[in-house]
Design a protein around this ligand. Structure first.
Ligand SMILES: [Zn+2]
Length: 352
């Protein structure tokens, strides 16, 4: 069981321990400053080419774009956190998922945290979400009205899980939830989707026909009111550290049964130990993350918001518009052509 536990928590505990052990003596006082403070203070992304650096739980990214707070098929939640940022491939994927989900009969997405503008560790919350390739999406369907900013702060998400049984609450679970997860898993760039073990079990017990997509849906702590979509390292990011491939098979086996034993749920024997996120300094992050912190801001939030929050910027030629507005040279724009992405450029409008 020890080996299994270590495997299951690879993305959280193992990485946390690694960074705690990596206590290289910093050369400068500033290297001691907490990375979460430095990254948490940036309101805008690094206006350079899109690039993820490091690992999901230990890294940063440049060339980030934000998803608009509102679109026809989504609404972003918890706006005060300023975590609507990601690698352009992540942001375009979220937008696409929102459209495809509507086609599947889901009313639209409520978006949770993606990343900080330049990624890095966060002041609160997640261990991962650091390189712009993770996004949380609520299991609560989008309501048919526009939520006010206040509602987006305060509205509580509804858990799909009965905490006593760790199984799905039947009256809250719908076939549409399964369709939404299947759709998210259908994209080749999506490598993992994290859900509560009770949700994975529900899928294992009920999905008929094509079940190959279950492989990408992995059980994990939390994730009872939202699911977590993780895409792989994107072209143009040589310093992005790939995660281990998901194990073969549907994952409806012993590895899932383990989650319904007591072992994963034992109280933390050392609850006051600091989390990796809370002690990480710049010296424990990849060196290139210093340059990300120092890179210039884009001219405005609107100039780096997808699909577009910017009336001033023409969709026909956003790069020229940014340059004309006194902004960045085209070469430094997050919208510089990146054909190798395989993702639409940020200014192509939504199809519906
Ligand atoms: Zn997440």
């Amino acid at each position: 069981m020890r080996a299994l536990w270590a495997k299951m928590t690879k993305c959280a505990a193992a990485i946390a321990a690694m960074s705690l052990l990596a206590t290289a003596v910093p050369q400068q006082a500033e290297a001691q400053e907490l990375a979460k403070t430095l990254f948490g203070s940036h309101k805008l992304p690094a206006a350079t080419q899109p690039q993820s650096i490091g690992f999901y739980s230990k890294g940063c990214f440049s060339g980030g774009v934000a998803i608009a707070t509102d679109g026809p098929t989504w609404q972003a939640m918890r706006l005060s956190r300023n975590r609507r940022w990601g690698h352009p491939a992540m942001i375009t994927l979220v937008e696409k998922l929102s459209r495809d989900a509507v086609q599947d009969g889901w009313p639209g997405l409520l978006l949770g945290d993606i990343s900080q503008p330049r990624g890095g560790p966060m002041l609160t919350g997640h261990a991962s979400h650091q390189i712009g390739l993770d996004a949380d999406i609520w299991f609560t369907p989008m309501p048919d009205k526009r939520l006010t900013p206040q509602e987006r702060e305060n509205m509580s998400a509804v858990s799909l899980i009965d905490p006593k049984t760790r199984r799905v609450v039947e009256k809250r679970w719908t076939p549409a939830h399964a369709r939404l997860l299947k759709r998210a898993a259908s994209y080749p760039e999506v490598e993992r989707i994290l859900v509560h073990p009770g949700i994975k079990k529900k899928l294992c017990d009920t999905v008929t026909g094509d079940r190959a997509w279950l492989r990408k849906v992995r059980p994990f702590w939390g994730h009872d009111y939202h699911f977590h979509v993780r895409i792989g390292c994107q072209p143009g990011s040589p310093d992005c550290k790939r995660q281990e491939a998901v194990p073969a098979g549907e994952g409806c086996d012993k590895s899932l049964a383990w989650w319904f034993t007591e072992e994963p749920w034992r109280p933390n024997p050392n609850p006051d130990a600091p989390k990796a996120r809370d002690v990480m300094t710049m010296s424990s992050l990849p060196k290139a993350c210093r340059a990300v912190l120092e890179a210039p801001d884009p001219v405005s939030v609107a100039s780096v918001t997808y699909p577009s929050g910017a009336a001033a910027i023409t969709r026909a030629d956003p790069i020229a518009a940014i340059a004309a507005s006194g902004g960045l040279p085209a070469a430094a724009s997050a919208f510089a052509p990146t054909p190798e992405f395989g993702a639409p450029l940020p200014f192509s409008p939504p199809a519906n």
